[in-house]
Design a protein around this ligand. Structure first.
Ligand code: MEV
Length: 325
């Protein structure tokens, strides 16, 4: 029996999380670890060897029933994730992209996969899971790979790939999804991710920021500051200026802390890597989950994370996007 297999990388946001939900820019890179999915026809529906219960896996059943309108024979589905889950590394976006790619290859084996189509499909699945508030950052980065800039407007020096729209509780949002080619200087740099061991509940964190912005409108200025830092960080990235990228990461972390999305365990890991890294910040929705550091000597930073009680993951910059295996 023919098996369809696909891999989609996780992502790490370098600048602009939360602010991107409101149309400000964000910069994210695909990381080496991700989610692998394989599917093949079977005499019954299973997921990882157990009977498939669609109510327990709304992401997968949404893609099967509403996107693909799959009514073929039962499937045996295997999911292998190298990502800490619910940790801000885009594991649900990677799962959607990898399932979408594997199903596409299973149902239309002669047609190549369409990363933009997969990114759009996965964005809508994310929005459903996040009470209508999701930027296309995680899904587009996992689908396209490399370094992705998502913003309410086109940002100079980036290559436009597609636009995404969404009706959120705060109104219509539109994002431009772009790619940046990183200079070879970035090959000297590594990302060292540190998982706190605590979950990062994206929907809840994003809703919390929406509420805080309503209660304390002066927080808008922290959002504007994140947007400024993101632009400066992007300029530094494009120039391969590692020191400046690190400084912008530190500055971004301070602003995210003021938005109320850091946590004691994130603070402990960010502080622990301080002497060994070029810069560090929480990444993703926060409240737990992961931090990320920029380093020339990743092993030292990984050790600092471990000593402080976190679980390290080392990645290059900008792995390739969703693909069939
Ligand atoms: C989550 O990885 C990033 C957030 O900005 C939410 C989103 O962009 O949808 C917190």
């Amino acid at each position: 029996m023919v098996m369809a297999r696909a891999f989609a990388p996780g992502k790490c946001i370098l600048f602009g999380e939360h602010a991107v939900v409101y149309g400000h820019p964000a910069v994210a890179v695909a990381i080496d670890s991700g989610v692998e999915v394989s599917i093949e026809e079977s005499d019954r529906w299973t997921l990882e060897g157990l009977p498939f219960d669609s109510a327990r896996h709304p992401h997968i059943s949404h893609i099967l029933d509403e996107v693909f309108r799959y009514d073929g024979p039962s499937l045996r589905m295997e999911v292998n994730s190298g990502l800490f889950s619910a940790a801000g590394l885009g594991s649900s976006a990677a799962l959607s992209n990898a399932i979408g790619a594997a199903l596409h290859s299973h149902t239309k084996p002669s047609e190549p996969i369409d990363p933009v189509g997969l990114a759009r499909m996965s964005h809508l699945a994310e929005a459903r899971a996040q009470q209508g508030r999701a930027s296309p950052t995680d899904t587009a980065t996992s689908a396209l790979g490399g370094c992705v800039v998502v913003s309410g407007e086109h940002i100079e020096g980036t290559r436009h790939v597609f636009d995404a729209t969404l009706t959120t509780p705060e109104g219509e949002r539109e994002w431009s999804v772009n790619i940046v080619d990183l200079p070879s200087d970035m090959e000297e740099a590594w990302l060292v991710i540190g998982f706190t061991g605590e979950a990062s509940p994206t929907g809840k964190m994003v809703a919390g920021v929406a509420q805080r912005l309503k209660d304390e409108p002066q927080l808008e200025k922290e959002m504007d500051a994140i947007a400024r830092i993101t632009r400066a960080g992007l300029t530094a990235l494009s120039a391969g200026n590692l020191e400046a990228v690190g400084m912008a990461m530190d500055a971004c972390h301070q602003k995210l802390r003021l938005l109320g999305v850091s946590s004691p365990s994130l603070e402990a890991l960010v502080e622990a890597v301080g002497p060994h890294a070029l810069g560090a910040k929480l990444t993703g929705a926060g409240g737990g989950g992961c931090m990320v550091a920029l380093a020339r000597e990743p092993q030292r930073v990984a050790e600092a994370i471990e000593i402080a009680g976190g679980r390290p993951l080392i990645s290059r910059f900008g792995a390739s996007g969703v693909h069939l295996l």
